[in-house]
Design a protein around this ligand. Sequence first.
Ligand SMILES: Cc1cc2nc3c(=O)[nH]c(=O)nc-3n(C[C@H](O)[C@H](O)[C@H](O)COP(=O)(O)OP(=O)(O)OC[C@H]3O[C@@H](n4cnc5c(N)ncnc54)[C@H](O)[C@@H]3O)c2cc1C
Length: 405
Amino acid sequence: MAEFSLDINEDQQTIKDWVHDFAANVIRPAAEEWDEREEFPMPIVQEAANIGVYGWEFLLSAMSDPTGLTLPLFIEELSWGDAGIALAIMGSGLAAAGISGNGTPEQVMEWVPQCYGTADDVKLGAFCVSEPDAGSDVSSLRTRAVYDEAKDEWVLNGTKAWITNGGIADVHVVVAAVDPELKGRGQASFIVPPGTKGLSQGQKYKKHGIKASHTAEVVLDDVRVPGHCLLGGKEKLDAKLARGRDAGRTGEKQPAMATFEATRPSVGAQALGVARAAYEYSLQYAKERVAFGRPIIMNQSIAFKLADMKMEIDAARLLVHRASWMAATGKEFVAGEGSMSKLKAGEVAVWVTEQAIQILGGYGYTREYPVERWHRDSKIFTIFEGTSEIQRLVIARAISGLRIE
Ligand SMILES: Cc1cc2nc3c(=O)[nH]c(=O)nc-3n(C[C@H](O)[C@H](O)[C@H](O)COP(=O)(O)OP(=O)(O)OC[C@H]3O[C@@H](n4cnc5c(N)ncnc54)[C@H](O)[C@@H]3O)c2cc1C
């Protein structure tokens, strides 16, 4: 088992440098344009695919690092370039994670590559859980999946909200209620293959930040998918439903909201990239900007701010790397360590980017400088993949052993 180490090994350093070059030379220069256009940056994703930054092969090799650190290092660099474009590149990974987490090995082999396509024919994936009335409360999904035994098909109906790549994806992974009374225990995940009738994009949201990432509603209107598109298979689902009914009879509580613990450090790594971008930029600016005849960094109030920014980012990175290492080495998250990493890094990103605006003063508030964009981008990290409140709930339940409400 890989020991936890703060040393970045040679392979990790090579990947970090490679992605940093791409982030600095391709993503950063394009960031302002795609933020203003508020469109999915297909040409940049295509460039990422051309060099292998976008693709399931790279994802697989990054995930096979036994220390678990390659992935957060990669994600931090990508998001350092721009969080919205980074999410456009990483969004298909949400679908891939949904398939890997629930599918059989055969389903993983069949569908994960289809979420990415090839450099000659780039494809996208989307992971559709949230609904207009069920975001944090994922146990209350209304989207229904009904089995049509005669045709061995599942029929999906409902509306999904805030879906990254929703409607523009080739492969949609949809979580739906098979038995709504069983709440989370009555749900299953389905692949909706490319071109399936009845799936359409609803409204595309206009957002506060990460505007280059496409976020939209997904409408499912009598969507029929073959039986083999049920992730994990029918037998496994039937057993899960039976367990759910037993638990209902004995009054056993739903499990804690910890399903996404292992993937949360990746969101923390995105937040780190944005925070570091703002810190580096404002450090440089503070050395150059002169007020009252001296660089503003010569004032303790500015220098101490920068010292705190650096310290908070480093502290958040330690939590992200610890949780990534724990996930890769199969250590049990006994205190919500995955949630801790995402919570801390997300809140640090919001705080650091706000400090950066303050350091840049009037310039920081304008779109001439990137820090206002980074501040807008950072806010998403306290909201998606579990809000800060939900992360605190997971940690509180883990450390207390109580079902804190
Ligand atoms: C840009 C973007 C991209 C997204 N991408 C995806 C995607 O690809 N796939 C997907 O499925 N979803 C996606 N989401 C949805 C996202 O995960 C949800 O918005 C998020 O989980 C919060 O749910 P909600 O918006 O319904 O808020 P609510 O659950 O309504 O929460 C509102 C407020 O109440 C608080 N709250 C709720 N319950 C509790 C509680 N028990 N204790 C304390 N406080 C509580 C919350 O913390 C929050 O502050 C995305 C969202 C955005 C904005």
